[in-house]
Design a protein around this ligand. Structure first.
Ligand SMILES: Cc1cc2nc3c(=O)[nH]c(=O)nc-3n(C[C@H](O)[C@H](O)[C@H](O)COP(=O)(O)OP(=O)(O)OC[C@H]3O[C@@H](n4cnc5c(N)ncnc54)[C@H](O)[C@@H]3O)c2cc1C
Length: 871
């Protein structure tokens, strides 16, 4: 074997000997791979080797922040505190290294400087800073998410003559600040942990703060018996629960929505979490605390109150209250006496936003033209997180591509584990994986095991290289971004977004979908024969191309949830039961926004009165009027069915929405619904003023079958002498009876509206002989010219997608101004799910904006309107 000929040739080289590198080494050795670990430091421990500053501790309770892969290892270790100190965690890492005799395969003091893929030899050539060379089939970066200190952009660094310390590179000898004037720059986690302890020693402490951060009290001490009990009762079950939890810590997710909870419940839940002092419990105060600004603000307000109650000087207290980002959107800190430290007379807070740091001088720090004298400066300025350590190595992949160049606009990875163009290259907790948003021990174990299994499987299958496809990588990137966009995370200038490093692209780096969802995706990739990977070997090659997650994450959650209910297929039920089931499904959803007024009445239909529900905005009228037609395949649905959607449209468009309860099939078959729609539109045009509407300002809107009759009413108004309709908004409309388009085949099943259900609707609504009538299939109209401007929304996973596209294109061809909006990752009904499918909000905003445009009132809330692409 080559490796026998060359002692520096290994199956795998691992960069880093923190927890990731240690476990990776152990696992690969168990599988009989030859491995070498290269570590810059002179011992194991990674984070806990470098970060020796006073007060350094973990902020995930040690019950959870510990390896769970070996019950025997667990039996040999007891943590002394709820949150252990850095020396104790470092001792734990050393204990792990000794227990599995790991050090013999680790080279310390070996900083990896470069790595180059040799395609002919199918080997990585790795070189350290001091010149050693290694060769390996697989290169595994266990180089840490928070290990590359951020480069400082402060002037005069070399001028200062006093002592300089970095929390991330703290000396090994004890530092004594007694009698000194000390400055701490930075109030992130390391600053917040170290400030109270430095204040205890220093004669004078000045804290320089650019951005205040939310911090909660650690309530540290011995591990409470009730906290340890579930682990001790059933260790295996507890560790398993962590692996399938959202954050890598067992926790029952609450269902309580902040804004719907009573003030008493809000207070109780907040106080309990504040007393408990655990990050995960804090995030779990409300189910929607990381997606709803309103809910989040309830928590932020209470933390502000706590800060004001603790900090005696009101000016300092205000400076410490974070107001520019939602709670949790930047790493929440856990402290011991942080806020109270500012009550000490020798501690002062300087706000760098008001008085920017100009330069370091020989004797201190210059702010606002004044030099503040110091004996020592502590930089708690953080890390070039998640990508910094990886791109600091000069990594060259296939065809000479440099990883740094590939990632100039942000990291591109598949599962945060691999990246296209870099064969046999793996990252542990890389960008695009839950990493820093989780208990890292759980994420590290999951990644290590996935990589080890992959290498073992390749060896068994005689495969020598593995690399993700660009399709899979792009799909994962979109999914990671989709997950982030439905949360409040991107609203903060955080290191999660790369915002702390000048010039770093603003991309949300970790995967917020949760440890559980993430693990499912990784396992599914394997179960689907390494979907998204190409594997090659001397005997065979295998590429299974594709995207592992293409539904929007919240849409997928709804489908999964409905899947667990084992509901009967609607088309298998008699109509009345089908209607009852449809109603029942709508019963427990959020109500939608509050409005000025909601009233009910009746208007004359084509064959008798039709009930309607009117939604009035809070703003003073008169308002433009929108005739709205609900969905439900002409068979199901009623005024209640689309109520949240109508509220939402009313609020966003600032128009009166009049939802009409047209006659349903099979009691009233075609053309009843179409004729009712037209009758209602005529009546509304005439009686707009009586309803508080603005005469002449009329548009129509509808979803699904309601979109069908909305479109038909426009054609009838054109052909039968009015009324004048200013525009039509058609959400996933039925436009044609042809059920053979590709979207019917691709999305026949699995997305609520199925092809069989659509057939059932058609059978109830119209005889086959009448289906080509343009009042049934508006796409079949002899001409579409002269119709009102249209906004057509189609969804990727909808059987009706292609007929919606066909209608939009035909309108456009006929000279009708038409906007086609493509709901990527959405289904037929997902956009209607107000306050459930957050990712649908931007499409509803687009629909409302189209209505405003129709009424000549087109100002948009640009913050709410991210770009929507056409198919
Ligand atoms: C102060 C602090 C507190 C934290 N607290 C928690 C917590 O409570 N809970 C939690 O889940 N996470 C926490 N973290 C995150 C922490 O980084 C992880 O929990 C975990 O320790 C990461 O282990 P790792 O092995 O992946 O990376 P690291 O521990 O960062 O180890 C990476 C190693 O790679 C080495 N390395 C990097 N580049 C090279 C190179 N080019 N050549 C050679 N060697 C290299 C580094 O020297 C380092 O030793 C904390 C981080 C910090 C900074």
């Amino acid at each position: 074997m080559e490796r026998e000929a060359n002692p520096l040739d290994f199956d795998a080289v691992i960069v880093g000997a923190g927890f990731s590198g240690l476990y990776m080494l152990h696992r690969l050795r168990q599988l009989d791979f030859s491995v070498r670990v290269l570590e810059e430091a002179d011992d194991v421990g990674g984070t806990w080797y470098w970060n020796r500053y006073p007060g350094a501790r973990c902020d995930i309770a040690t019950v959870d922040y510990t390896f769970g892969f070996d019950p025997e290892l667990e039996r040999t270790w007891q943590w002394s505190e709820k949150y252990a100190t850095q020396p104790e965690i470092l001792r734990y890492a050393q204990h792990v290294a000794e227990r599995y005799d790991l050090r013999r395969d680790i080279r310390f003091g070996a900083r990896v400087a470069a790595a180059r893929w040799d395609a002919a030899a199918e080997r990585w050539h790795v070189q350290t800073k001091r010149g050693e060379r290694y060769c390996c089939r697989h290169l595994i970066m266990a180089s840490g998410c928070l290990s590359q200190p951020k480069a400082l952009d402060i002037q005069g660094m070399d001028r200062f003559k006093g002592q300089v310390y970095f929390t991330s590179r703290w000396p090994h000898q004890p530092v004594d600040f007694s009698g000194q004037r000390v400055a701490v720059i930075g109030t992130g986690s390391s600053g917040i942990q170290s400030i109270p302890l430095i204040a205890k020693q220093a004669k004078q402490l000045t804290v320089f703060q650019r951005t205040p951060n939310f911090s909660i009290p650690a309530s540290n001490g011995p591990v409470r018996p009730e906290r340890r009990a579930p682990l001790e009762e059933n260790r295996a079950a507890y560790r398993h629960a962590a692996r399938v939890s959202r954050f890598g810590v067992p926790c029952e997710p609450t269902q309580v929505l902040g804004t719907y909870a009573t003030p008493e419940v809000q207070r109780e839940r907040f106080e309990a979490a504040w007393q408990e002092g655990e990050l995960i419990s804090f995030i779990n105060i409300f189910a929607d605390s990381l997606v709803s600004l309103e809910s989040n603000a309830l928590i932020a307000g209470r933390i502000h109150d706590k800060i004001r109650a603790i900090v005696e000087d009101p000016v300092t207290a205000e400076l410490l209250c974070p107001k520019d980002h939602p709670v949790g959107s930047k790493r929440l800190c856990v402290d011991t006496d942080y806020y109270a430290t500012y009550n000490q007379p020798h501690v002062r807070l300087v706000d760098l936003r008001q008085t920017p740091l100009e330069t370091l001088a020989e004797t201190g720090i210059q702010v606002a033209g004044e030099t503040l004298p110091f004996d020592a400066i502590v930089f708690a300025t953080g890390f070039d997180a998640m990508t910094g350590a990886i791109v600091s190595v000069d990594i060259t992949g296939r065809d000479g591509i440099s990883l740094k160049d590939k990632w100039t606009d942000g990291p591109h990875t598949y599962l945060g584990l691999t990246t296209a163009g870099f064969p046999n290259f793996f990252m542990i907790t890389g960008p695009g994986s839950p990493s820093v948003l989780s208990n890292m021990m759980v994420s590290i174990e999951q990644h290590v095991e996935w990589i080890a299994d992959c290498l073992a499987r390749m060896r068994a299958d005689f495969m020598t290289t593995i690399e993700p496809t660009t399709t899979a990588e792009a799909g994962w990137g979109a999914h990671v971004d989709d997950c982030a966009q439905i949360t409040l995370y991107p609203q903060a200038n955080s290191w999660y977004m790369g915002s702390n490093v000048p010039g770093k692209p603003r991309v949300f780096l970790p995967y917020v979908g949760g440890v559980d969802m993430y693990k499912k995706a990784c396992d599914e990739v394997v179960a689907r024969d390494y979907l998204g990977f190409q594997r090659r070997g001397p005997r065979a090659s295998r590429t299974v191309d594709g995207v592992i997650r293409d539904l929007q994450p919240d849409v997928s959650m709804v489908l999964d949830l409905l899947g667990t209910l084992n509901l009967p297929e609607i088309e298998s039920l008699p109509v009345e039961q089908a209607r009852a089931l449809y109603k029942q499904l709508a019963a427990n959803r959020p109500a939608g926004p509050r409005l000025g007024e909601i009233t009910e009445g009746a208007l004359p239909g084509a064959d008798g009165p039709l009930p309607y529900r009117l939604y009035r905005p809070t703003t003073p009228g008169p308002h433009p009027v929108v005739a709205y037609f609900h969905g439900g395949g002409w068979v199901l649905g009623d005024l209640e069915a689309d109520d949240p959607l109508c509220r939402d449209l009313c609020k966003r468009s600032d128009a009166l929405i009049v939802s009409i309860d047209y006659r349903r099939a099979p009691e009233a078959r075609f053309p009843a619904a179409a004729e009712d729609a037209y009758a209602a539109v005529k009546w509304l045009a005439k009686h707009a003023a009586d309803l508080g509407g603005e005469p002449g300002m009329l548009a129509v809107a509808g979803w699904s079958a309601g979109g069908n009759i909305a479109a038909v009413s426009c054609q009838l108004a054109r052909d039968l002498g009015g009324p004048h309709i200013l525009g039509q908004v058609l959400l996933t409309p039925v436009t044609d009876y042809d059920l053979s388009r590709p979207s019917y085949v691709e999305n026949a099943d699995g997305y609520l509206l199925t092809a069989p259900l659509m057939r059932w609707f058609w059978e109830h609504y119209a005889d086959t002989g009448t289906r080509s009538d343009h009042r049934c299939s508006p796409l079949r109209a002899a001409s579409l010219s002269g119709l009102p401007p249209a906004c057509v929304v189609v969804c990727q996973f909808d059987p009706l997608r292609d007929e919606g596209v066909a209608y939009a294109n035909a309108l456009q061809d006929a000279g009708v101004p038409t906007r086609l909006i493509f709901g990527r990752g959405q289904t037929h009904s997902s956009i209607t799910m107000v306050d459930v499918v957050v990712s649908g909000a931007k499409y509803r905003a687009e629909m409302a904006s189209a209505l405003r445009d129709f009424f000549g009132n087109g100002e948009r809330d640009s913050a709410e309107l991210p770009a929507v692409s056409a198919p």
